[in-house]
Design a protein around this ligand. Structure first.
Ligand code: GAR
Length: 204
């Protein structure tokens, strides 16, 4: 039985990467295996998490590559080198071009820290999402895992989980609650669902 080969793309702290690695250890993810971590920043703590887990990791900087096209070409080269089946964006702060996403229909997952279609799309990432939710005054927010297509945060939804907004929440407090109660739970689950489906499609 050949497992689905997964690459996790990160840019920062990598707590969602950690949730995936932990889920692999505990058996929540058993149809796929993280074989590569790619970071858009050489300083990302996520790279240390990958090293601790013994997963090969590379930093690819858009600036050093000289632009979006060369950046994506380098990502593609590494994804091909590691024979990646499934790409997981876990706090990856760079929007991928249509040319790139088209190559991987229903083969790229993303976790977004709101209930899509609220507070999503261009400009909504990280803490900004929680700032917008608090500014609007919603009482319920959450997280979404979806397939990535050419529309930012516009692909088919796989899983969502709601989280309450509490009196006195700051963006930081809300971000932490959404991660703990939603992202770290639904992202590994979605990774397993899609990995299992891909394994089945390969006839294994
Ligand atoms: C997470 O909250 C993730 O949902 C969000 O960035 C954070 C990364 O944290 N992603 C986006 O906003 C994408 N639009 P992490 O590096 O600790 O996983």
């Amino acid at each position: 039985m050949v497992k689905t080969r997964i690459a996790v793309l990160v840019s920062g702290g990598g707590t969602n990467l950690q949730a995936i690695l932990d889920a692999q250890k505990s058996g929540v993810i058993h149809s796929g295996e993280v074989v590569l971590v790619l970071s858009s920043s050489a300083k990302a703590y996520a790279l240390e998490r990958a090293a601790k887990a013994g997963v090969p990791a590379h930093a690819v900087s858009k600036k050093e590559c000289g632009g979006q096209e060369a950046f994506e070409a380098e990502l593609l080269r590494l994804l091909e080198e590691y024979r990646i089946d499934l790409i997981v964006l876990a706090g990856f702060m760079s929007i991928l071009s249509e040319q790139f996403t088209r190559r991987f229909p229903e083969r790229i997952l993303n976790v977004h820290p709101s209930l899509i279609p609220s507070f999503c799309g261009k400009g909504y990432y990280g803490l900004r999402v929680h700032e917008a939710a608090l500014a609007y005054g919603v009482k319920v927010t959450g997280a979404t895992v979806h397939f990535v297509n050419e529309i930012p945060d516009g692909g088919k939804i796989i899983l969502q989980k709601a989280v309450s907004v509490e009196e006195g929440d700051t963006p930081e407090i809300l971000q932490k609650r959404v991660m703990e109660e939603a992202e770290w739970i639904i992202l590994p689950r979605a990774v397993e669902i899609v990995s299992a489906k891909m394994m089945e499609m390969r006839g294994q």
